[in-house]
Design a protein. Structure first.
Length: 273
């Protein structure tokens, strides 16, 4: 069970502080669940579970993106809580169930981001004033204060969720032998597993054009064939990556040649050449 100490709580705060700023300012993808999962797992003493949960949560959120002022469920708080629930409730909660159980925390994080942006919006008028005065130090100061407020708020929220989630996982572990609890966990595991495909579906809806459907079907067919061969199951991802790169590089070459080609009018119009 997850009896976490003060040092672990402090490290979770620091990591969340950095990730919260990164998602809007640094943009180094440190906040992504695939990164945060193993980091939180290392802090809590279970890197493997952190990596599994982080990867699963990443697939679920891969198609999420902010549009205007609308924010998607927050990947930072959702990913951290999914990892905490999976590690604290190890033996009573599967990683996929932890991912599904962490969705309410991600939604609360979404609301926190919207609230913080609303509270901080009046500061923009001060930034406009500094811009008119040609005062870069003032603008820098506003950015630093805004990042500090955002990181601190996220860190505090994460700690509260962390303590509450750990307590929740401890109580849920006591119900591990209850048949109703097992039924609920099975349902959460199925939902969590399904969310990976929902994330990819959202991504494809945004990115996929009609010209690329053939590549998607070809990739799916290659994946089915390669995975069905026992000797190729291990390096399947690498093989599929090479195949995907080959198609992408071929398409790049074709498109480049078409854009740089010079057309000479040799012959007349009547012969179709």
């Amino acid at each position: 069970m997850g009896d976490f100490n003060f040092i672990q709580v402090l490290l979770v705060f620091i990591v969340t502080f950095i990730a919260a700023i990164d998602q809007f300012s640094f943009l180094e993808s440190l906040y992504q669940p695939i990164v945060m999962g193993p980091v939180i797992g290392a802090i809590l003493g279970d890197v493997k579970t952190g990596l599994i949960v982080g990867g699963t949560f990443q697939l679920m959120t891969i198609g999420n993106m902010p549009i205007g002022g609308a924010q998607p469920p927050n990947a930072v708080l959702g990913g951290i809580m999914a990892t905490v629930l999976a590690i604290a409730g190890k033996g009573s909660m599967e990683p996929t169930a932890a991912v599904a159980a962490a969705i309410p925390f991600a939604i609360l994080g979404q609301s926190a981001v919207t609230l913080l942006f609303t509270v901080m919006s009046p500061i923009m008028s001060k930034a406009d004033q500094y811009a008119q005065e040609a005062n870069p130090k003032g603008i820098t100061q506003i950015n630093l204060i805004s990042m500090a407020l955002l990181g601190t708020a996220f860190g505090i929220i994460a700690i509260l969720f962390f303590i509450g989630g750990n307590a929740m996982a401890a109580q849920m572990a006591k119900l591990a032998d209850n048949k109703w609890y097992k039924a609920v966990m099975d349902g959460l595991s199925a939902a969590g597993g399904m969310m990976r495909f929902v994330g990819f579906a959202v991504l494809l809806k945004v990115m996929l054009s009609r010209d690329l459907w053939g590549f998607m079907f070809a990739g799916f067919a290659f994946a089915v064939v390669i995975v069905s061969i026992e000797d190729l199951q291990g390096p399947a991802l690498i093989l599929l990556a090479f195949i995907g790169f080959a198609f992408a590089y071929w398409d790049y070459q074709v498109q480049t040649k078409l854009k740089t080609a010079s057309f000479n009018s040799i012959g007349g119009e009547e012969d179709g050449i």
